[in-house]
Design a protein. Structure first.
Length: 501
């Protein structure tokens, strides 16, 4: 379809709704002279909401607050331009909302960090062994994968009689905007319910949910659509200020899928770190890797834009530092803290950021001290040393993930691209270059929104071509910073040996 021009003489304006684990934002983009110009027009908070229940709190997302923020953000995006050419939504993965037969929301979505999934993978593997499941979905085992969430939620037959819809977060918001029920493929591939070869729902995984766990998965799941599909026109035009016929585009609705679109790579021999609350570290492939070695290394095959595969590992990410900052309280001057951390001797203390103790909210500095003591290290003495420990440990995790992604996939890596909020952390980028032993190119910081906007623009006919063409636009539109590796590899090797016993 042709791009719908907004009233007036200016270029078409697209709006990306980009929802992260700590905040949501609406960012507009317009293409002029082959360059993408972006502007953040709205930002609103997001985060887990603990609600008391019998025995323990349950963590929820405040989806109605998010929806309100999306509506207000789209209004702010549309008003100065008299409307929008298109809208796209991306978010974190795996979490979902349930609708009843009348399309009414059955409560707030449960947060993936909630403890309800403890033991759920093992219960599922009793009926479909892990190796057999990996041969179908190619997915890294994380206790919060949607398949395990549904198994946990099914206790007592609570889902057996449900006659409605299960919609992942971007698709739920899209349904409220358009009335159309879809499951966008890049996000659906994180559920553990997709066959990564067929790019379709996986019968073997659905059978397990429907049989032993009594989850009517086939009845609940909508049809899959590829990224770039025009879902339908916005119905709530009065609410968002968009012009009649404004299309909602199913972009790479998993934020990492959109972020990888925005990697300004000139060759295929790159690794990426999509760095935010989570860090997603891997390479882009044409086909999944489902060897036993890959499964043992806990690598995941998530589907990407234009038929690609995001072969990666989830690393805990800046969540660990964010929780430290929360525990320390007050108005922490992050720039000053990072300057102090840079002066702390390198690798004085390291932790395995993927240790399960770092997953839930809580006293992260105390958990770091506990890990240090258990591994015979001197615990960090203050906030600067703790910050340096987190960043050294993240760089160490990136080193291992990049090396393994290359070895397991056979893809040579010549450069590492850091996109997302971590691209603004110069110390982390420098440490990553040192740890990996390869150049690091940082930027764009709003990678998910940039990829979201470009897939929209292509879907409505404003730009053309494949991922290489979109990435040229990113490269021409972004000021990046390059970090060259320095120093010997031996200290990083020693730190890795320490953590791996």
């Amino acid at each position: 379809m042709s791009a719908a021009r907004t009233p007036g003489t200016g270029p078409a304006v697209h709006a990306a709704v980009d929802l992260g684990a700590s905040s949501g934002r609406v960012i507009t983009g317009r293409l002029e002279g082959g360059r993408l110009h972006t502007e953040e027009v709205a930002r609103f908070p997001n985060g887990p909401v603990p609600v008391p229940a019998r025995g323990r709190d349950t963590l929820y997302w405040d989806i109605l607050s998010l929806y309100s923020g999306v509506l207000e953000g789209l209004r702010r995006a549309a008003e100065p331009h008299g409307g929008l050419a298109s809208v796209g939504i991306d978010s974190w993965a795996v979490d979902y909302g349930l609708l009843d037969g009348d399309a009414a929301l059955l409560g707030n979505p449960v947060h993936y960090r909630d403890a309800r999934t403890a033991g759920a993978p093992e219960r599922v593997f009793e009926h479909l062994p892990a190796a057999e499941m990996y041969a179908v979905n190619g997915l890294q085992v994380q206790p919060f994968n949607t398949v395990f969430q549904l198994a946990a939620a099914s206790e007592g037959g609570r889902l057996a009689a449900l006659d409605g819809d299960l919609l992942l977060i971007p698709d739920l918001l899209g349904f409220w905007l358009t009335g159309e029920r879809v499951a966008e493929l890049t996000n659906a591939s994180t559920t553990g319910l997709v066959d990564v070869d067929a790019r379709a729902w996986a019968d073997a995984c659905l059978d397990v949910l429907e049989g032993p766990f009594g989850v009517p998965a086939r009845r609940l799941l909508p049809g899959l659509v590829e990224p770039g599909t025009v879902v339908g026109p916005l119905l709530r035009r009065d609410a968002v200020g968009a012009a009649a016929g404004t299309p909602l585009v199913a972009v790479g609705s998993h934020d990492t899928a959109s972020a990888v679109v925005a990697v300004p790579a000139a060759t295929p021999n790159f690794a990426y770190v999509s760095s935010g609350t989570w860090s997603l570290v891997g390479v882009e492939l044409d086909a999944p890797v489902r060897t036993e070695e890959s499964r043992a290394a806990n690598f995941t095959n998530e589907l990407g834009v234009d038929g690609t595969v995001r072969y990666l590992r989830n690393v805990m990410g800046l969540w660990v530092l964010q929780e430290c900052l929360r525990v320390w309280g007050g108005e922490v001057d992050l720039a000053a803290l990072l300057d102090r951390a840079a002066a702390v001797p390198a690798l004085s203390c390291v932790v395995d950021v993927d240790d399960p103790r770092f997953l839930p909210p809580g006293d992260m500095p105390a958990r770091i001290r506990e890990f240090a003591a258990q591994t015979g290290q001197e615990p960090p003495a203050d906030e600067a040393a703790t910050t340096r420990c987190v960043l050294d440990s993240l760089a160490l995790a990136y080193r291992r993930a990049v090396r393994q992604a290359s070895e397991l996939s056979g893809r040579r890596v010549d450069v590492v691209h850091v996109v997302g909020g971590g691209a603004n952390n110069a110390l982390l980028c420098r440490l990553t270059a040192d740890a990996v032993g390869l150049p690091v190119v940082a930027g764009p910081a709003e990678g998910a929104a940039v990829g979201n906007l470009l897939v929209q623009a292509r879907a409505v006919g404003e730009v053309h071509g494949g991922l290489a063409d979109l990435r040229r636009i990113v490269a021409d539109s972004t000021v990046t910073r390059r970090y060259e590796p320095s120093g010997p590899a031996a200290p990083w090797q020693a730190a890795e040996r320490l953590l791996r016993g």
